[in-house]
Design a protein around this ligand. Sequence first.
Ligand code: 23J
Ligand code: MN
Length: 263
Amino acid sequence: MTSAETMQEFGRLLASGSIEVVDCSGVLGPDTPILQLPPDFAKTTPKVEIHKISEYDDDGPFFAWNWLKLGEHSGTHFDAPHHWITGRDHADGYTDTLDVQRLVAPVNVIDCSKQSAENEDFLLTADGVKEWEAQHGEINAGEWVVMRTDWDRRADSEADFLNADDTGPHSPGPTPDCIEYLLGKKIVGWGTQCIGTDAGQAGGMERPYPAHNLLHRDNCFGLASLANLDKLPAKGAILIAAPLKIKNGTGSPIRALALVPKV
Ligand code: 23J
Ligand code: MN
């Protein structure tokens, strides 16, 4: 089949619902959990604000619209390579310069929901990924890899979502060897359902913040606060994760969409 024929069939399958579009974003609003940095960082991302301009009233009799106060790294969002110091020299590492061809790609969904329910500090290792590959097939170059933890079920409570105590945040994530292994496979990016791409306790790892440090070093992308990964197959879906084209942007909220074969 030519790509034109495949595309035509693909369009038919989408229109008929044989391919389902699954929404992998959470709701973005004033209740969206926001990353808390240690107190030594005075400047941080504010809560999302939605300000009404008009809604069919004196300020706009036949139109409704809002303006937003919104951090780049708020809610379901994209981390561009320039977000981290290790990625600072990639000219195509900003939201407005990155290669959009990379944003639409097959997605590997590694189900860690059971382990994460048992242990809120669960870490996915390279060996864990290899076990998953033995069961579901190899992860290939140019693909997304996402860690399913069902953490999106906590997203309507910032306290549960951040899950912090005196020892800091507790949420699942990858080990350094996990990210190194995936980068060796030439993935396009790594995503999680938690507040960031790294585990809550990643600051104390032997190589701190491995997802941020290593992914962006290699010009790869991060996705955080993904939703509905329980509705995706382990393999076989295509993920579209596209940031706004913010000038010199380091990230952006996204509407992450997965195309899932149903029949
Ligand atoms: C800024 C500083 C540290 C971290 C982060 C942002 C994120 O997790 C993020 O949203 O990219 S760890
Ligand atoms: Mn981010």
